[in-house]
Design a protein around this ligand. Structure first.
Ligand code: CMP
Length: 141
């Protein structure tokens, strides 16, 4: 176990549903540190770049369009083993398969509009965090 950082996103569906506060409460209850946070309404180009790894998937264009429907809350979370722990708290990608007590079970609407995102590995976090946050925004505490 080690102290890690992950990119967490509260997606446009959850922001529109006004459940940001309830999701932040879940994050704070886990004792994750919110190192940085900002509300961003992505352009289509920004969404396409972020999800470039999924560019061959049939849902890519729809996903990118959904991510531009409204603002997202972008965050960098820090903590022991935070990558896996945030993914456990989010639950399965498809809310129909998400376990009880997870954020997606409680707040997601569909496999696409699934409320939250988290980096899936150290390698992904190392790409996703600087995609949205500069080193200045992640100043050491
Ligand atoms: P996320 O964890 O952000 O990673 C990729 C996203 O693609 C995922 O959450 C969903 O929003 C979306 N996604 C994954 N699988 C599907 C699918 N089968 N149909 C539509 N969207 C999907």
């Amino acid at each position: 176990m080690s102290v890690q950082r992950t990119l967490a996103i509260v997606k446009p569906d959850a922001v529109a549903k006004r459940v940001v506060g309830r999701i932040l409460t879940r994050i704070e209850e886990e004792s994750f540190t919110i190192l940085a946070a900002k509300l961003v309404h992505m352009s289509l180009a920004e969404a396409r770049g972020f999800y470039y790894v999924h560019r061959e998937r049939p849902f890519y264009e729809s996903l990118c369009s959904f991510m531009t429907e409204g603002p997202c809350l972008l965050m960098v979370l820090e903590g022991e083993n935070v990558i896996q722990r945030w993914r456990d708290l989010m639950g399965a990608t498809d809310p129909a398969k998400a376990a009880a007590g997870t954020i997606r079970k409680e707040f997601a609407s569909s496999i696409e509009a699934n409320a939250v995102h988290g980096s899936d590995s150290l390698e992904s976090a190392a790409i996703e965090i600087p995609y949205f946050f500069s080193s200045l925004e992640l100043y050491p505490r």
